[in-house]
Design a protein around this ligand. Sequence first.
Ligand SMILES: Cc1cc2nc3c(=O)[nH]c(=O)nc-3n(C[C@H](O)[C@H](O)[C@H](O)COP(=O)(O)O)c2cc1C
Length: 188
Amino acid sequence: MTEKIIIAITGASGVLYAKSLFDFLHKRNSELHLIITKNANTIMMNELGIDEDYFRKGNVSLYENSNINVRIASGSFKFHGMVIIPASMGTIGRIANGYSDDVISRVADVSLKERRRLIIVPRETPVNEIHINNMLILSRAGGVILPASPAFYHKPKDIDDVIKFITSKVLNQLGIENDLIPSYAEDI
Ligand SMILES: Cc1cc2nc3c(=O)[nH]c(=O)nc-3n(C[C@H](O)[C@H](O)[C@H](O)COP(=O)(O)O)c2cc1C
């Protein structure tokens, strides 16, 4: 499989969600385009002890978030979908208000205007009215808000099982078959 997927990793807790999605898609041989914010890099080192070198693999292109002059920032770069995982409320706010001043907010803007799949995995709790409003704006504009709120009815045995629940939900939104969670639990 060679579908083009853009993964944006931003400065929210839960970088493990991004790593799980990346590992699945990389194993599947998807063409991956990755943007990691500065804050995400710091949190990644704290939470997982890895830096962006982990993602430097075949079929993966990495971009500086601040350098807008890249091909993925153009509307003519066609891709299957973009996933922002985890999505900080800062990044969500920038996209919802049309800032488009970095690669992530620009590509998300393109996704919405070109009616492509944009999946946003927010990780914040509790949320204030500004966060809720921004997510509402993005949902109404065509984005999918898929909160990092794993379920437990599939009886996860470890953190990996908890994380896989969200990975599976994201893959479903991308239309990518997977058996990461038991099928009886998929529709709940
Ligand atoms: C250790 C740490 C954890 C954070 N966790 C979250 C979080 O879970 N959700 C969130 O919305 N912001 C979180 N933040 C705040 C964001 O990193 C901050 O708003 C930042 O400006 C987001 O920038 P970015 O979206 O460009 O990465 C956290 C910050 C730090 C330092």
